[in-house]
Design a protein around this ligand. Structure first.
Ligand code: SAH
Length: 215
């Protein structure tokens, strides 16, 4: 068991060097979080050997765990310092939530598919260190009013435009990151709320599963 864990730690270091630092992510806290979170425990057992590869992976229910680089990039875009409250829409495997847990004060992560929600909740509860993550079953396109407003919002599924409710639940001075576009290709957008106004910035093109809306 120990040997296996050491192997994974080595794979993780290489992943961070080659895929993350090597592609220009330089927020030290993000790099450290990516080096710490055991990504292989967030994929189905039969996929563990591929957990540190440079790709998104299927996690069941036609859903995916995002590519390591995309998780790092979105995390860096949020400019987290450690005292923020973060809303994540689309828990999926729970991997991005685990990374955010190392970077912020608290993370509220909403997942719409019950089976995926249950798996992620159980996984995060079992692993040590993610006590500041709260997983919620529901439609995150309406945000999560109970704990709003948030310093940061991250959406791991794509839509034509940013849902109004999410903009409402963002604090002034806050940042939202989300893929915006069509079904097969989107632009990762960063939106800053400054004195009630929204300033948008395009980060990179990307491909995410669609955000389910208006159920
Ligand atoms: N961040 C995840 C990847 C998420 S994949 C990870 O690190 O593994 C996108 C997820 O968004 C899927 O699990 C999908 O079921 C979920 N999703 C889609 N529409 C949603 C909605 N309206 N509210 C909450 N979750 C949603």
């Amino acid at each position: 068991m120990e040997v296996v864990n050491k192997d994974y730690a080595e794979k993780r270091r290489r992943m961070v060097d080659e895929q993350i630092r090597g592609r220009g992510i330089n927020d030290e806290r993000v790099l450290r979080a990516m080096e710490e979170v055991p990504r292989h425990l967030f994929v189905p057992e039969r996929m563990r050997e591929r957990a540190y590869a440079d790709e998104a992976l299927p996690i069941g229910e036609v859903q995916t765990i995002s590519q390591p680089y995309m998780v790092a990039l979105m995390s860096e875009c949020l400019e987290l310092r450690g005292d923020e409250s973060v809303l994540e829409v689309g828990t999926g495997s729970g991997y991005q939530a685990a990374v955010l847990s190392c970077l912020a004060r608290e993370v509220y992560s909403v997942e719409i598919v019950e089976k995926i929600f249950l798996q992620a909740k159980e996984r995060l509860a079992k692993l040590p260190g993610y006590e500041n993550v709260c997983v919620i079953h529901g439609d995150g396109s309406a945000g999560y009013k109970k704990e709003a407003p948030y310093d940061r919002i991250i959406v791991a599924a794509a839509a034509r435009e940013v849902p109004e409710k999410l903009l409402e639940q963002l604090k002034d001075g806050g940042i939202l990151v989300m893929p915006i576009g069509g079904a097969f290709m989107q632009m990762l957008l960063r939106v800053r709320k400054i004195r009630g106004e929204f300033r948008e910035e395009s980060i990179t093109s990307c491909v995410f599963v669609p955000l389910v809306e208006g159920l």
